[in-house]
Design a protein around this ligand. Sequence first.
Ligand code: ADP
Length: 286
Amino acid sequence: MTALRGLLRGNAAVNTRTAGRWISSVAAESGFSFPASQARKGVAPRRDPGSRNVQWVFLGCPGVGKGTYASRLSRLLGVPHIATGDLVRDELATTGPLSKQLTEIVNRGQLVSDDIIIDLLSKRLEDGVAKGESGFILDGFPRTRRQAEILDGVTEIELVVNLKLREDVLLAKCLGRRICSQCGGNFNVASIDIKGENGRPGIAMPPLLPPEHCMSKLISRADDTEEVVKERLRLYYELSQPVEEFYRIRGKLLEFDLPGGIPESWPKLLRALNLDDHDEKQSAAA
Ligand code: ADP
């Protein structure tokens, strides 16, 4: 992915060519065209159910459920779900020198440098193209305006879904996150039931408990401690507004307030994405 890496270093003359190659290999096969003028707040344009290779981005605070909804949609649409946080964690699990450097950054709740994150993402996209993947749902990238500009320089993002949830719930959800150390399954032990008050709606999100055989193998992410989550949320709020604005002015931003847990939110999200009329696909992804 010379194009992404090159754009990062600002070598525009070379990059126009390499970006073109990158676009043709990763993006141009897309049968789904998404005129920016069609995008509007709240509803995505109706798309041809036969065309699968969407190029979408999921934005949202730590703990909002980007991974949960992006991975369900990726199964529904048959495109890879690429989470840069997962790419970073895969790197952390290795013993290379980069792993040590990243551990310190991630455990402080800070962002990894653009250079590193773009290298990891480029490699993942390249591997996917080699395996015949087309389209993607990106989760966790772009996180800064600069990353959004770099992405915009190499490919067309059709839709950006911005998932939203109140902050007290986000913190509880991050602290309740658990991963099965054996099967890798993601769960959440937080039980959220906040009553509505002063005109503010309540919100109920039952825990997402693991099956019995995973119970004793649950672990938490090292960066899901209260102190680190608060820092990640602070950083997210600081950096996300320019990213949201970048896509809002291009008519690509779909704002989605999560009304509750998965059973309540999933059908509403599908409706907002104009995907609600594919029942068999819904059950396949569930
Ligand atoms: P979160 O739950 O905070 O959304 P992620 O799983 O997306 O966490 O990311 C975990 C960590 O990986 C981040 O705190 C950050 O250090 C790093 N990371 C992930 N995506 C990016 C990115 N696009 N740019 C820089 N750092 C990133």
